[in-house]
Design a protein around this ligand. Structure first.
Ligand code: HXC
Length: 257
């Protein structure tokens, strides 16, 4: 499938999407978001794929939603045209998605990265929600996800000032899981994804769903949800195989059942 704004490949059991609008620092227009959804849906329904990596270029993961496309929009056109609906679908992906970020990760670019399950950043990465400088605020989950990652004080600082944060600060405050060099970024992300993809797919998907529950519910409800899914895992062949393999001192062969 040929896309205009993204490159899509598979590496073993890992799906790789490279945002590719170099002339616009990977600004996320509606066509790109549609293509990204299509690629993710393809990986989601492909039993060979266990995890996806989304990356950009060395200069930019994505410099935000496409300001030139948004600038002339009217309220009624946006409302009736369901502007931003496509963004929500990315966060509904059940298989894990890792963001590999170098360079600018701004506005909608950061919102996209935060919809992924974790972010691996190169030391050149720069993060911001600069929407305030354009007379708007974040609109693809940024006001809700950022405080959950880094706390209210720092989220307010970033959203109200629009300032940029470097990779070290982003890791220190919990936005970024790991920092690596730009040269090793893609390999690190692909190798993390390959590790995830080597485990039982349904178990990985349930683990992702359960961690995400922590963002949306109380501790006691979340723990109950965890208990339910944890117990349900004993109905899978993969739990039997995983534990048997440990006892027999061999590598497990998960069948995704
Ligand atoms: C459209 C963009 C863009 C964007 C960059 N470009 N960011 N086009 N939308 N978000 C384009 C520029 O217009 C320029 O095109 C080309 O990419 C190169 O950018 P330069 O500005 O020349 O590069 P540089 O001087 O290196 O500055 C890089 C930058 C700057 C600091 C990242 O481009 C910048 O501030 N971009 C906007 C960042 C931003 O405000 N993001 C938030 C968007 S709002 P030409 O044709 O001139 O060469 C948002 C809302 C999300 O994301 C909410 C809901 C989805």
């Amino acid at each position: 499938m040929a896309y205009q704004n993204i490159l899509v490949e598979t590496r073993g059991h890992v799906g790789l999407v490279t945002l590719h609008r170099p002339q616009a620092l990977n600004a996320l227009n509606e066509t790109l978001i549609g293509e990204l959804n299509e690629a993710l849906a393809g990986f989601e329904s492909n039993p060979q794929i266990g995890c996806t990596v989304i990356t950009g270029s060395e200069k930019a993961f994505a410099a935000g939603a496409d300001v030139k496309e948004m600038a002339g929009k009217s309220y009624i056109e946006s409302y009736l045209g369901r502007f931003l609906d496509g963004w929500t679908r990315i966060s509904e992906t059940r298989k894990p998605v890792i963001a590999a970020v170098s360079g600018f990760c701004l506005g909608g670019g950061l919102e996209l990265a935060m919809m992924c399950d974790f972010i691996i950043a190169s030391d050149t990465a720069r993060f911001a929600l600069p929407e305030i400088t354009l007379g708007i605020m974040p609109g693809a989950g940024g006001t809700q996800r950022l405080p959950r990652f880094i706390g209210k004080a720092k989220a307010m600082d970033l959203i109200l000032t629009g300032r940029m944060m470097d990779a070290t600060e982003a890791e220190r405050c919990g936005l970024v899981a790991r920092i690596v060099t730009p040269e090793t970024l893609l390999d690190e992300a692909l190798s993390a994804a390959a590790k995830v993809a080597s485990y039982s797919q349904p178990i990985v998907m349930m683990a992702k769903e359960t961690v995400n529950r922590a963002q949306e519910t109380s501790l006691s409800e979340g723990a109950r949800f965890e208990r339910r899914l944890f117990l349900s895992m004993f109905a899978t062949e993969d739990q039997k195989e995983g534990m048997k393999a440990f006892i027999e001192k061999r590598k497990p062969e998960f069948l995704n059942r």
